[in-house]
Design a protein around this ligand. Structure first.
Ligand code: ADP
Ligand code: MG
Ligand code: MG
Ligand code: MG
Length: 413
């Protein structure tokens, strides 16, 4: 017997609560006595269980009413599971096969039952381990292009897009985390910040630069107030799972409408942090693996632009850049597309720099750096990352393409 009132699951209560659900029984098997349940959540926010039975396995993700990383002193609405569910269904439509299949959603319990990705591992872990993933950049570039293009009024009917903007606008508290932790806290002595010993002079330089802070706030204003497309909102290497040949994107609870360049900018930052941290993980000879990481960045951007251009030609059915203004009047629309892609890239470069900063200065750090036990080495590598981040924010216009971005990364390494 189960009630509708929200209750966080435990490995013991999960079986009784979910056993009666046909879609779950179909995946795992009908008899919960024969299920084994493990809690595996390693993220900052939610409970994640793997449920295995005679038929197969599923993942059950349940929101907690507070931030797991901090504790119940920081409440956080359960409604984020609702937004994660709706984001997953849209991503599955816009880039089929890119996200786990959803078997069941329970709004009152704030839980999603989804496909168990196995033997996939979190990409961040693979990058730390020095493992390559075939086709990684191509997958991620396509994912970003398809979700960006197909979630915008380049392609969607305006009524549908505006209804989605209204739907996701209810996700207030979650983007507020990004607005504070990503865009603002790195740039002052915020209460929950932490950083590696030895970085104080570098940090003083960043916080003392009003022009840089103005640029970060301009990027925040775009993030908070433009509704170009539905963004994943948390597309770092901890939200990507991969085998050596297959890639999936998970964890879109930070979904909202925002800039077309947001996801790809955050993603590139996470590859750059993997790049800068490599000397600590790869011992004497990180060079070749570092080169591979940079090749993933160029593949991601190249495939993003190629797929965006393809969709521009084949699916530009929305209110924006209509054929009536271009092709129908005998104009090539390619220059308009290229100009738009340049704007997207500029936004992405600034977001990239900001993400590089927040992962070393704000609350939530990443394992790429945190796993480096030698704090002097960590500080040295983080300082390179912080310096490059500052240059990306301040001089975005001087970095017109991936080649320039990669050249800069090599300079700072
Ligand atoms: P959070 O929102 O708390 O960060 P995530 O959705 O990122 O939660 O999930 C936390 C962890 O659970 C992931 O890092 C991954 O290890 C595991 N996980 C999540 N979803 C799946 C899945 N569909 N298949 C396999 N493992 C998963
Ligand atoms: Mg996560
Ligand atoms: Mg740290
Ligand atoms: Mg999450």
């Amino acid at each position: 017997t189960t009630s509708d009132a929200y209750e966080p699951l435990t490995p013991e209560t999960l079986g009784p609560r979910l056993a009666g659900l046909a879609p779950v029984a179909a995946q795992v098997g009908a008899d919960p006595e024969r299920w084994t349940v493990r809690e595996v959540g390693d993220g900052n926010l939610n409970l994640v269980f793997i449920v295995e039975g005679p038929n197969g396995a599923v993942v059950v993700k349940q929101a907690l009413p507070y931030v797991r990383l901090v504790g119940d002193s920081w409440p956080l609405p359960l409604y984020r599971a609702f937004y994660e569910y709706h984001a997953l269904t849209r991503q599955a439509e816009r880039d089929p096969g890119s996200v786990p299949r959803v078997f069941h959603f329970d709004e009152a319990q704030a839980l999603i039952v989804m496909e168990y990705l196995s033997p996939h591992l979190i990409l961040r872990r693979k990058l730390i381990n020095g493992e390559r993933v075939e086709g990684l950049g191509a997958f991620l570039g396509r994912f970003c292009a398809r979700t960006a293009f197909r979630g915008s009024e380049l392609s969607m009917r305006s009524a549908d897009k505006k209804a989605d903007v209204a739907l996701f606008a209810g996700n207030v508290e979650i983007p507020a985390i990004t607005e504070a932790l990503v865009f603002t806290d790195p740039y002052f002595d915020a209460g929950m910040n932490n950083h590696t010993e030895g970085l104080d002079p570098v940090i003083a330089g960043i916080r003392g630069n009003a022009a840089l802070k103005a640029r970060a706030q301009r990027a925040l204003m775009k993030f908070a107030s433009n509704t170009e497309t539905m963004v994943h909102g948390d597309l770092h290497s901890g939200s990507i799972m991969a085998t050596d040949t297959e890639v999936k994107v998970i964890d879109p609870e930070f979904v909202q409408y925002g800039p077309l360049g947001f996801d790809i900018g955050m993603l590139i930052a996470n590859f750059l942090m993997a790049y800068f941290s490599q000397p600590a993980h790869r011992g004497g000879d990180p060079d070749r693996y570092q080169d591979w990481i940079l090749s993933v960045i160029s593949d991601t951007v190249a495939d993003f632009e190629a797929e965006f251009a393809h969709l521009w030609e084949t699916e530009r059915t929305g209110m924006l850049y209509p054929a009536a203004l271009f092709e129908d009047q005998g104009h090539d629309s390619a220059p308009a597309r290229e100009a738009l892609l340049r704007d997207i890239w500029q936004d992405a470069v600034a977001i990239c720099g900001i993400e590089m900063h927040r992962r070393c200065l704000s609350l939530a750090h990443n394992a790429d750096f945190e796993d480096i036990a030698d704090t002097r080495l960590r500080a040295r590598l983080e300082a390179r990352n912080l310096a490059m981040g500052a240059e990306l924010i301040l001089r975005a216009e001087a970095i017109p393409d991936t080649a320039a971005l990669i050249a800069l990364a090599r300079d700072y390494n």
